[in-house]
Design a protein. Structure first.
Length: 479
């Protein structure tokens, strides 16, 4: 057997095990795993390091067009560099849907943008307007192009859908073998609180958190699960920020409902107090759901350990602080309602989760791999090609120094955004090299990959989105 690249001397980690092994790579795939492989082709020395599957970040907003005509600043090129710098080799990002417009041209525009990527990528379709045309023609066409997951929002203007529309999306997903992900916050409750806060002059970034307390997330999580349960349709709850919402997922899982939970590093490290920093600085930490009190971090860890929350993504969102597309686009006195939501975190995801999780003894390294690579790959139909180290899988790897201590700076993030919310955070554990399909694309922070070398990951039919239950009484409301 001949190899293009041999990764030698490392401890190979999967979601199941950590073993000493060399990895032989040919044609971009893993073709051998053995104690001692001959040093053929290029050799990458992994002595003293752990070799993990490249990260799969199943929730990234990249170069995303918005309804107001702006496009997120993070391009596919800069996002790819950021992904590689942080040990991530595959991302799933979002095709928007603009109400009253067909999806087709937006999809064509978006996939043209994505052709510049270096990271491998798949798409979720955001569904804001499930008309008959969309459900009967556009979503089936997208599925035929390998887009097998939809995101719906239960809040945000102009994205939110009501319960009847949500049921239509679930029904379409059931018919098409697609997987639905849900942003769970109560639209009317947030508007109610926002109007009253603003009327009293409570406009600063910190009031963003006041406008969307845990109960609005808990209520929407409960409702999203209940309606999915009605149709027996598997779903994932996105960006769970608090124990109240996680508890809804735990109770549903205990009933046998097919529901998965995602959380993000911001809900393990940031707090509502960050949004109360002097001046307008708090805007740098504004995302939805909002970061909570510090006591929430340990609660979220409990739900990670008990496998209620199965996936940790970045929810990377490309808004700088300065500039005409940034957080302060409407000035530093802008009310919180007018500040774009979302924070960058693509490169920081793995180091923060490793440090807070593995280095601090909250999870072990196989759990870390499951949360950041294997589970998202399985949930979204990318496994076994992505998310694991196995014969036949794409040779996507990250060589990890488990002891290296690093103080995070924005420069290390290699993104197009002018800040990181994690500036100054000290982490233990760091990616020293990233390999994408057998090519070394990052070494010691230096990224080298050709624009356009990323591959589109079309997703075919897979078992996970299949409904679990027959309808009660034999009555099929979809029939
Ligand atoms: O605040 C956030 N999370 N912005 C990104 C869009 C979303 O809801 O995922
Ligand atoms: Zn969301
Ligand atoms: Zn998001």
């Amino acid at each position: 057997m001949t190899f293009d690249l041999v990764v030698r001397g490392g401890t190979v980690v999967t979601a199941a095990d950590a073993v000493r092994a060399d990895i032989g790579i040919a044609g971009g795939r893993i073709v051998a795993l053995a104690e001692n492989l001959p040093a053929e082709g290029e050799v990458l020395d992994a002595g003293g390091l752990h070799v993990l599957p490249g990260g799969v970040d199943s929730h990234c907003h990249i170069e995303q067009p918005e309804a107001d005509g702006t496009v997120h600043e993070e391009s596919f090129v800069t996002a790819s560099a950021s992904a590689f710098a942080g040990g991530t080799t595959s991302v799933i990002c979002f095709i928007p849907q603009f109400r009253g417009h067909p999806i087709g041209p937006t999809f064509d525009d978006y996939r043209l943008r994505a052709r510049k990527a270096m990271v491998d990528y798949a798409f979720h379709q955001i569904v804001t307007d499930p008309t008959e045309e969309v459900v009967e023609k556009e979503l089936p066409a997208l599925v035929a192009h390998g887009v097998r997951s939809f995101k719906v929002f239960l809040t945000y203007d102009p994205l939110h859908i009501d319960d009847a529309q949500y049921l239509r999306v679930l029904t379409a997903a059931r018919r098409l073998g697609a997987f639905v992900t849900v942003h769970c916050e109560n639209y009317h409750a947030i508007n109610f609180l926002t109007e009253r806060l603003l009327a009293r002059g409570m406009t600063a970034p910190k009031y963003h958190a006041w406008s969307r307390p845990p109960v609005v997330e808990r209520e929407a999580t409960h409702r999203a699960i209940a309606l999915a349960e009605l149709l027996g349709q598997p779903i994932q709850i996105f960006h769970v920020s608090c124990a109240e919402a996680a508890e809804e997922i735990a109770r549903a899982k205990a009933r046998g409902v097919a529901v998965w939970g995602e959380t993000c590093p911001q809900y393990l490290t940031l707090t509502a107090a960050d949004m109360d920093r002097p001046g307008f600085e708090g805007a740098k930490f504004m995302c939805s759901p909002a970061p909570r009190g510090p006591e929430e971090h340990e609660r979220i860890w409990r739900y990670i350990r008990s496998r209620v929350l199965d996936v940790v993504t970045s929810d990377h969102c490309g808004f700088s602080y300065e500039g005409d597309r940034g957080k302060a686009r409407h000035g530093r006195a802008a009310p919180f309602r007018d500040v774009p939501n979302g924070i960058p975190g693509l490169a920081a995801r793995l180091p923060i989760l490793f440090s807070e999780g593995v280095a601090k003894g909250r999870i072990d390294i196989t759990d870390f791999v499951a949360l950041t690579a294997t589970n998202p790959a399985r949930l979204f139909g990318l496994a076994p090609r992505k998310g694991t180290i196995a014969i036949g899988a794409d040779a996507d790897l990250v060589l990890w120094d488990t002891t290296k201590r690093v103080r995070l700076t924005n420069e290390m993030m290699r993104h197009a955004i002018d800040y990181t919310p994690y500036e100054g955070l000290e982490v233990t554990g760091w990616p020293v090299a990233t390999v994408r399909r057998g090519e070394v694309v990052m070494r010691e922070g230096s990224v080298q990959a050709e624009a356009g070398s990323g591959r589109y990951l079309a997703r075919g039919p897979y078992a996970l989105p299949k409904p679990l239950i027959p309808f009660p009484n034999g009555f099929d409301p979809l029939g």
